[in-house]
Design a protein around this ligand. Structure first.
Ligand code: LLP
Length: 429
């Protein structure tokens, strides 16, 4: 993996930028998410430079679903990104973090009337529409408010991104997008409906994509659609290229922004359209780690021992849900140099799926040892729950050699703060 933000100091142990992670764990306990502001800034800059070097002017909209902390949104916004949102909640958070409405695009297969009204009220840049039904609904809502909005049609290009089945979105038969063959017809419909200004097409084929072939195939099909649409006399000024660029969790290599820029230029560069991308994971995943402590090391008669952490699937769901591989490093320099053994790293939640790593080669970590689970800055904290009545973990932001808590650990009382008991049910401690 490309962890230029991590280093091992003989005395302080594992450092994220200029901060010893042990110091954070000592002070606020574990489990705890830690994000690097520098990494977010550097990766946003790298992506922008790649697009610029390819001679492209591309708007970048950060996929808010990957990490919606206000501090993260504010940093990526200051680094020049807008936002791709998929709910009213994300829209409001993006605005709260200072992202102007003119740089917000709203995606998703099912937006409620209330969410559409909010988008229209805020005057966001564009709504990506995914069905004929949604076009009609949006037209109704916009007309009733006396407003008009730019609309892109999200097309399903029927291209297999060859990524995990649960995160592939661009093949025929899944719920996303408008079937390719229906796109032109719906574009015409959109141009006839009141309240809508069809401006172009959007495509997103999946996530954690490492090779350029699926992108090339998808963008090639969109370029063709743009030409056909123009031949039909309908103007097209926007192509939204979606997100999905992958990172290196293990040894798979990282999706290259330069290669992506090259594909965008070669497939879409001569169309004279405004281009946009919606990266989430590529920007945020390598910026974050999840700190955890070893509760105990459980020996077994056969096979690898269990290292039971105080972090669990309710904190980081990716390994359980997608069999995702995340690097695990000890925080102490002393642990880091011990001869490795094979171990199963699990959480304390009552499910077999609560496993972070199977037969992983790790130093023999004893009770109290601490680890960092790597590349958890995207689809980490946002996917947490309080399953097993486990309060949401604390979040910390590292900026250079300083750090601060950006979300305190949830208090246990907060778990029932909104629960209502009817008369007679009250249980006093
Ligand atoms: N645009 C749209 C329309 C999307 O649906 C997504 C992600 C993105 C952009 C950003 O994709 P990215 O650049 O982050 O790959 N929870 C899963 C990932 C789900 C992605 C959903 N859509 C995971 O942890 O792997």
């Amino acid at each position: 993996a490309t962890h230029s933000n991590l280093s091992l100091d003989v005395r302080s142990g594992l450092m994220l930028d200029g901060v010893p992670l042990q110091a954070i764990a000592d002070e606020i306990g574990t489990p705890c998410w830690v994000m690097s502001a520098d990494t977010l800034r550097k990766r946003a800059a790298k992506l922008h430079n790649a697009m610029k070097s390819a001679g492209l002017s591309v708007s970048t909209h950060f996929a808010v679903k990957s990490n919606d902390h206000l501090a993260v949104l504010s940093i990526v916004s200051q680094a020049g990104m807008g936002a791709d949102v998929v709910s009213g909640g994300e829209l409001i958070k993006a605005r709260k973090a200072g992202i102007p409405a003119s740089r917000i695009v709203f995606s998703g297969v099912g937006k409620t009337d209330a969410e559409l009204r909010l988008a229209l009220q805020e005057g966001i840049a564009q709504i990506n529409v995914e069905s004929a039904e949604e076009l009609e609904i949006l037209s109704g809502v916009a007309s009733s408010m006396g407003r008009e909005i730019d609309v892109a049609l999200r097309v399903n290009p029927d291209v297999d991104a060859k990524t995990h089945a649960k995160i592939t979105t661009g093949v025929a038969g899944n719920k996303f997008g408008i079937p390719y063959d229906e796109a032109l017809g719906l574009y015409r419909l959109a141009s006839e409906l009141s309240g809508l200004r069809p401006v172009g097409y959007a495509v997103h084929i999946g996530s954690q994509i490492l090779t350029m072939e699926p992108y090339r195939a998808a963008y090639g099909r969109i370029a063709e659609l743009v030409r056909v649409t123009r031949q039909a006399g309908l103007p097209v000024t926007v192509v939204d290229c979606g997100g999905g660029l992958g990172i290196c969790y293990r040894d798979e290599g990282e999706g290259s922004p330069e290669a992506l820029a090259g594909v965008i230029r070669s497939e879409l560069g001569d169309l004279d359209v405004h281009l946009a991308i919606e990266p989430g994971r590529w920007i945020a995943a390598p910026a974050g780690v999840l700190l955890a402590s070893v509760i105990l090391r459980k020996k077994v008669t056969e096979g690898s021992p269990f290292i039971i952490l105080d972090a669990a699937m309710n904190d980081l769901l990716r390994p359980s849900l997608y069999e995702a591989w995340h690097g695990i490093l000890p925080l102490s320099a002393h642990d880091a140099v011990l001869a490795p053994e094979e171990a199963c790293v699990v959480g304390p939640v009552c499910e077999t799926g609560d496993t972070f790593a199977q037969d992983r080669s790790l130093p023999p970590l004893q009770r109290g040892a601490r680890v960092a689970i790597l590349d958890t800055g995207a689809y980490g904290a946002v996917m947490s729950s309080t399953y097993n009545a486990r309060p949401l973990a604390a979040e910390v932001l590292v900026d250079g050699d300083r750090w601060s808590v950006i979300r305190p650990r949830q208090k246990v009382e907060d778990l029932w703060a909104n629960e209502i008991l009817s008369e007679g049910m009250r249980v006093e401690a």
